[in-house]
Each structure stands twice: as C-alpha cells, then as structure tokens.
Design a protein around this ligand. Structure first.
Ligand SMILES: N[C@@H](CCC[C@H](N)C(=O)O)C(=O)O
Length: 279
C-alpha cells in the first residue's frame, strides 16, 4: 500500500513527515524508516517523523525514527517542520498558531511567527549526569569541562540533555575537525549508555557560535536544533557566551535563548516544505 508523505527540512536537516493522526501506532516500522531514509535506494532523509493524535491534553504527539531506525526522545529541527506540516494538514493560516506536542522528552511548544519562522519553547535543559545519561561524573553531579579520551586525544566536554543526550566540546577551528572519523567514536563511547549526539563549537564572540554536529543515529547532518540549544547552555556554563546567541550551522543560523526568567530554552528558525509524494 502506498503511503503519502511530505518532505521538509530545517536548515538542511531533512525529514519525511507522515500524517499519522488516525492512530497512535506509527504506520512505518523502524526497519521501513531505514529504507525510506536511504539516500540512494529510498526517498532520502535524516529521519521520519509521525504526526500522531495528542495525549494527556496535548494537541498532537510527535514520534521520530532516526535514519538508522533508532527512536530519539526529541528533535528540534523536526518539531519546527512538524508545526508547519500540521498547519498545512489543518489548512489554516501559518501565523500565530501554537501547538502543544507530546514527545518522549515532555511537552514541547512550537509557535509560528509573523515572519514565517517557527519559535519553539524547548523546555528546561537537564544537567545531571544521570539525566544525560553519562557515567562521566557521579549521577547527581553536572558534567562541565571534564576530560574525555576519544580517538587518542583528550577532549574537554560538557554534557547537556534536551530530552536527548548531547556532548559538547569547544574547539579553536570547527572546520578543522574530522567529523567523519571521530564522530561515531563519541557516539558509541562507553561513558554514554544511550549513546550521544556530539557538537563541536567554535566561539566567534559571546553572541555568535559556529557549530558542527555528529548525530546519534544519523551521523553528520547540516543542522541539529536540540544540539544548538544544548551548545548554548554549555557555552553559558563555561562562561564562553551570553544567554542569547546565534548558532551558525552548515545549513544556516538558529537563534537560541536560555531565559533567566523561566530557565527554558527558546529556539527560532525556519522549516521548509520540499515536496510531497507517495511511496
Ligand atoms: N536533528 C535533531 C535531533 C534528532 C535526534 C538525534 N539524532 C538523537 O538521536 O538524539 C534536532 O534537530 O534536534
């Protein structure tokens, strides 16, 4: 049976979106999602996102499979794409709609803005080692600027959970990092029992950071929304940046704020429809 889908991207982090509003069970298995994401033998994407009915009073539920079939708790670029997809499905105006979306990382609230972007209340960052999770520190401690041996080198890392795990390291020149060879060694390091996403950050100034990312379950991507949020938090914890900054990714910039008022992270960026089809 052919299934309808729409392809979206958020700064080149691309997803296949499926209207799954009639059931809480995704219409694709993780194995099928792997085939659909294949860039040579399938549609090609970093992940598949399902728009399911809401739970516990929310408007909708988001589930996502990475391109390797694993299921992450959250996806920042993906939830911006989902918000635009939902307005398209509902056939309503694209501005000023705020959704409350049930995810494995809690309730996340994207809102479409007047200038066609999506601003997302990403919730509060989680900083304890047991919340990442990582064994780099005792469970009730934070992991800030701790040494980690990867690929024969010591990296000073800070760990932040945005519902999903992130390991952040600050470097002089982000372009010089050989992501291809070291990325999966971070992802699969034994100190991360649920694996990890890894962000390499170059501080340009206190309000402008450059980032490259290796994603758990997807490898090198052009952008990572949860990764940008986690990186800003790591920058603040290490006193390298202010609480509001632009994060420049290979796919373009995201605006990130860590509010002092409510301790929540706000991410603003684009979400673009690419094409629709049946597969
Ligand atoms: N690209 C996403 C993150 C997707 C999930 C990630 N690969 C994981 O396994 O945690 C984003 O924009 O946040």
């Amino acid at each position: 049976m052919a299934i309808e889908f729409t392809k979206y991207h958020g700064l080149g982090n691309d997803f296949i979106l499926i209207d799954n509003r009639s059931s809480l069970t995704p219409v694709l298995t993780p194995e099928k999602a792997v085939q659909w994401c294949d860039r040579h033998f399938g549609i090609g994407a970093d992940g598949v996102i399902f728009a399911l009915p809401g739970q516990n009073g929310t408007d909708y539920t988001m589930r996502i499979f990475n391109s390797d079939g694993s299921e992450p708790e959250m996806c920042g670029n993906g939830i911006r794409c989902l918000a635009v997809f939902l307005t398209d499905l509902e056939g309503i105006s694209r501005t000023k709609d705020k959704y409350h979306i049930h995810t494995l990382a809690g309730v996340i609230a994207p809102q479409l803005t007047d200038d066609g972007q999506v601003k997302v209340d990403m919730g509060e960052p989680r900083l304890l080692a047991e919340e990442i999770p990582t064994t780099l520190s005792p469970s009730e401690f934070q992991v800030i600027n701790q040494p980690l041996e990867v690929a024969g080198k010591t990296w000073d890392v800070t760990c932040v959970s945005m519902g999903n795990p992130h390991c952040i390291t600050f470097v002089e020149d982000v372009a010089a990092i050989n992501l291809e060879s070291i990325g999966s060694q971070f992802e699969n390091h034994p100190v991360f029992p649920k694996k990890t996403n890894t962000e390499f950050i170059e501080i340009v100034n206190r309000n402008y950071l450059k980032m490259r990312v290796w994603e758990r379950g997807a490898g090198i991507t052009l952008a990572c929304g949860t990764g940008a949020c986690a990186s800003l938090v790591a920058g603040v914890l290490n006193d390298k940046c202010d609480r509001t900054a632009t994060i420049e990714l290979p796919g373009g910039p995201l605006e990130i704020e860590w509010s002092e008022l409510d301790n929540r992270i706000y991410m603003t960026g684009p979400a673009e429809r690419v094409f629709t089809g049946k597969y």
